[in-house]
Write a protein that binds this ligand. Structure first.
Ligand SMILES: [Zn+2]
Length: 86
């Protein structure tokens, strides 16, 4: 019954444009602690204050590739702390 979980990519973001709601039911996996996100209908639900997940866009200087990293609320707090405290 959890086959989908194992096959799911770490993060799967087809389109994160600002234009309108995105119909999307895939669960995301936190890149740090690897827990699965709640199953939600849109990414906007996941990043709302109700769930507190965050989508971080990382652009590689070497290749210019863009990757998306989902983080659960706890890992996002740590991530942001590590980035801003130096
Ligand atoms: Zn996490």
């Amino acid at each position: 019954m959890h086959k989908d979980d194992r096959l799911a990519k770490p993060f799967d973001v087809p389109d994160f444009s600002e234009s309108g709601p995105i119909e999307f039911t895939t669960r995301h996996r936190c890149v740090d602690c690897e827990i699965l996100s709640p199953r939600v209908e849109t990414n906007h639900t996941l990043i709302s204050s109700r769930y507190g997940w965050r989508l971080h866009r990382e652009v590689s200087f070497a290749t210019g590739d863009t990757t998306y990293e989902w983080r659960c609320p706890n890992c996002w707090t740590l991530f942001r702390t590590n980035r801003t405290s130096s």
